[in-house]
Design a protein around this ligand. Structure first.
Ligand code: SAH
Length: 459
């Protein structure tokens, strides 16, 4: 076979029209059919690009000049947008972002899921009325500059920490506490951890905020247990921020990019803060997984509950249940819920949360969904409805096969990755299910993350 020659040359300039956006938010232009990916370019725009890298079937380019702007282009409001990399879509209007996410879901459902969009209703993405200041958790690396500490973010593709006062997608309360804590630590001479020398003390500050309860938690991630003047630091924080209910230290002595270590101690106050999603209350510890956009989480879970179509007589499985958030939402309307999750601490939290809310109809098991659920089925158990909310890689085939054997009348699939959602829907369709509706929900405005919930019926 002859080698196909790329029609573009590195360091050369080309005039192009952008046709599409990748899932990572880069503009796509085709040069003689050869795709070139360019950051900060939008569909329908025309411009001059420079080719910076040529790969086997595609190339990367840099935008040099825009000749024609998309009507969906907008000025990114964040002054550090281009340095940070935390958001990828601020230059696209919010309306444009919601359309992009719906289109992304439709594309993969057709291409990977082989679904007929005349039969499956993909709804417009449900966005936020105010798509800013939504994150309830700030996790900031700490560094040093002459005379003080910096708290902010790693510059794109580097480990240099840039100081940041405001993150526009963060709850303002979190930014206020991070800034104040940084100054308090500076005042008491706390040294930042130095990655290269593996020396110093403070690695990260994490702040969590309960949107409904307004309770806050501060977590110090330090290299060792030794944390000088911590009592003075705690006194200043609690005097300034009465809403802080919990101050925690996590110790991470490893040379690693992983933020947290294994040891966590409460320095002051409670081990948990509380928050509510709808009518369900959750205890959140320093290490608990909790959805970062609680307002949209309620929208997503309400949709999952609607799609589950519960009348009070059903037994329901919630696979990949985390701390039991969806399980407890379902428990409000189901006869019985059985949650399965691989992280033991999350299952402890799930049980505690069930008790906290007085649910006696929710049971939880630790283990891999693809092992626990087949074993449960082999013992003669059955569910009327199965809800799955897997990580990005989607469901294990063994779990999907068990669903096909068990034949629950409905499956609700909550997904953070449209590609694996489409793959798994295809598998279930081949086995006798029909996808009825898919609802994208924007959980992470201004980023390319795309969440969707699908409803399938046994036919
Ligand atoms: N439904 C929860 C969590 C979803 S995130 C919520 O909405 O908050 C996906 C979860 O799947 C994580 O908690 C992760 O720990 C868990 N997980 C990953 N692989 C798993 C597996 N093979 N079996 C069971 N749980 C798994």
């Amino acid at each position: 076979m002859s080698k196909i020659q790329a029609p573009v040359i590195k360091n050369e300039y080309y005039d192009v029209t952008f046709e599409d956006l990748t899932h990572e938010g880069a503009g796509v232009a085709k040069i003689e059919g050869f795709p070139v990916f360019v950051e900060n370019a939008l569909p329908d725009e025309r411009g001059k690009i420079k080719i910076i890298k040529v790969k086997k079937g595609f190339a990367f380019g840099r935008l040099i000049e825009l000749y024609e702007e998309s009507k969906n282009r907008t000025e990114a409001p964040c002054p550090i947008y281009s340095q940070c990399g935390g958001c990828q879509l601020q230059h696209l209007s919010y309306e444009g972002q919601l359309l992009f996410k719906k289109k992304q879901v439709e594309q993969v459902l057709t291409r990977i899921g082989k679904l007929d969009l005349h039969k499956v209703k993909v709804h417009p993405t449900i966005g936020m009325n105010e798509p800013w200041n939504y994150r309830n958790k700030a996790q900031v690396p700490i560094g040093e500059r002459e005379g003080g500490l910096v708290a902010g973010f790693y510059q794109k593709r580097s480990h240099d920490i840039i100081d940041m006062e405001r993150c526009l997608i963060q709850q303002a309360e979190n930014d206020d506490v991070v800034q104040a804590v940084k100054k308090i630590c500076e005042k008491y001479g706390i040294r930042a951890y130095n990655e290269e020398k593996h020396k110093g003390c403070l690695r990260h500050i994490m702040v969590r905020y309960g949107l409904v309860t307004k309770e806050m938690m501060v977590v110090f991630v330090t290299k060792t247990a030794d944390f000088q003047q911590k009592n003075e630091i705690i006194n200043e924080i609690t005097a300034k921020f009465p809403q802080v209910k919990s101050i925690v230290q996590n110790i991470n002595n490893k040379r690693t990019n992983v933020i947290f270590g294994n040891d966590t101690n409460v320095l002051w106050g409670e081990e948990y803060i509380y928050d509510k999603i709808g009518d369900v209350k959750f205890a959140i510890s320093a290490r608990s997984f909790y959805q970062v956009n609680p307002e949209q989480t309620k929208v997503l879970y309400d949709k999952a509950l609607e799609y589950a179509g519960l009348t009070g007589t059903e037994s329901v499985i919630d696979a990949y249940c985390g701390i039991g958030t969806i399980s407890l939402f379902l428990a409000q309307k189901a006869k019985k819920v059985f949650g399965v999750e691989i992280v033991p601490e999350a299952i402890e939290d799930a049980k505690r949360n069930a008790e906290l809310n007085g649910f006696t109809n929710a049971e939880f098991a630790v283990g891999e969904a693809e092992v626990v659920i087949p074993a449960w089925y082999n013992k003669g158990n059955k569910a009327d409805v199965i809800v799955v909310d897997p990580p990005r890689k989607g469901c294990d085939e063994a779990l999907l096969k068990t669903i096909l054997d068990m034949k629950p009348k409905r499956v609700v699939y909550v997904s953070c990755n449209p590609g694996t959602l489409a793959r798994d829907l295809h598998f279930l369709e081949q086995g006798g299910y029909e996808t009825v509706e898919v609802q994208p929900v924007d959980m992470f405005p201004h980023t390319t993350h795309c969440e969707a919930v699908a409803w399938l019926e046994l036919v």
